[in-house]
Design a protein around this ligand. Structure first.
Ligand code: XIL
Length: 369
């Protein structure tokens, strides 16, 4: 199922979701008490887990928001600054301004930096399609990885080397998405990218990052293709160290069933770390009051993170933004009624939402790793 098909299906199921949200509403009040004087990063650190968020230069120039990130997080990931479109204003030029700004901010607060992303078919610069062809694509990709990873060598916690490379609907037996990289370099582009990144920074954790792995009911074929890809890479000795599970969920997404559980065990058995890399909970289809919606979102944070953190392979939790003041969901998944979306642990006034307590409670009940 493509994201579009899922969204259409989701819209059609609106009434059911409203009912479920109402059911969920009471659940949150039963969550364990959490110490709100401690930051989320501290709740996580007590169990050997890193907690953080996606960062952009614009939001970081908002002093109150920057202060909140510095207090709450132990790791940050660049939301857009290290994508090709931002880094490559022209084929022969690199602009590290935004990426370096994020790094300076994080390192000055003792936080780790995570790079996103080296190879993806989206967020490519406009010149890409007129300039990159089958003759030069491999060299362009490898040069990009070498220059960018070397720029931050020794400073990065981890790199998303390849992002979202699987798409079953493209009909290939290996499940790979039919991207420009696949077309121009061949299916080996994935292993080449990991080797190049490892050569450029042998210390960084190298991750494969993927979306739509979480829903129990319809993501099984994608999960199987992901395990097959990772198994193959490991067999070939490719330096892949972790799987990033994006975790952009809807409040009504059913997660945490036996198929997803088995998948996580299979990934961990390959010796890979598991990172929750881009979590947010879309409240786009929820009805009811702000309080009711917030409670449904909080319940989903709690249910998902409690389930995921049962596995010691899960070492990092990142939300895609920290406050509803700055979230891509406002633009990409707005509410049909026009009211502001509320997918994150802080509201637009930088006050904690019920999701904050849900995240803290999930860390508190996790075992140490
Ligand atoms: C999103 C950013 O948050 C937006 O600002 C941008 O307009 C589009 O990309 N999966 C990913 C991220 O791997 O890079 C995406 O980030 C969200 C989905």
């Amino acid at each position: 199922m493509t994201r579009r098909e899922f969204l259409v299906g989701t819209a059609a199921a609106c009434a059911t979701m409203r009912a479920r949200a109402t059911t969920n509403a009471g659940g949150v009040s039963t969550l364990p008490h959490v110490d709100m004087s401690k930051a989320l990063g501290e709740h996580a650190a007590a169990k050997g887990i890193l907690f953080g968020t996606a960062l952009g230069v614009g939001p970081l120039k908002d002093p109150a928001y920057a202060d909140l990130v510095a207090r709450q997080c132990t790791i940050g990931v660049s939301e857009n600054a290290l994508k090709w479109a931002a880094l490559r204003p022209a084929p022969d030029r690199y602009d590290f301004g935004a990426g370096d700004y994020c790094f300076q901010f994080l390192s000055s607060h003792g936080m780790k930096y995570r790079g996103h992303t080296l190879v993806w078919e989206l967020a490519l610069p406009t010149w890409f399609h007129n300039t990159v062809n089958a003759g030069n694509a491999k060299a362009m990709m490898l040069d990009h990885i070498s220059v960018v990873v070397r720029h931050y060598a020794g400073k990065m916690h981890s790199w998303d080397v390849v992002n979202e490379a699987i798409e079953l609907n493209d009909g290939r037996p290996d499940g790979l998405k039919n991207t420009p990289w696949l077309q121009m370099v061949g299916p080996e582009y994935i292993e080449m990218a990991f080797h190049a990144a490892h050569e450029a920074d042998p210390k960084a954790m190298l991750t494969y990052n993927e979306n739509w792995l979480e829903p129990e009911s319809w993501a099984e074929t994608k999960r199987q293709a992901t395990v097959a890809l990772l198994t193959n890479l490991k067999k070939k000795g490719v330096p892949v160290h972790g799987l990033g599970i994006q975790s952009h969920l809807f409040a009504e997404t059913v997660v945490g069933g036996p198929h997803f559980a088995r998948f996580l065990d299979e990934v961990a058995d390959l010796g890979l770390a598991i990172l929750i890399t881009e979590m947010d909970i879309r409240d786009q289809h929820l009805g009811g009051s702000v309080e009711t919606r917030d409670q449904a979102v909080a319940q989903k944070y709690y249910d998902y993170l409690s389930f995921m953190l049962q596995r010691k392979a899960v070492k990092v939790v990142l939300t895609w933004g920290l406050s509803n003041r700055y979230t891509w969901i406002s633009e990409h998944n707005p509410r049909p009624d026009g009211s502001p979306v509320r997918p994150l642990p802080y509201d637009a006034d930088l006050k904690p939402t019920p999701a904050w307590s849900a995240v803290a409670a999930a860390f508190d009940q996790a075992s140490e790793r």
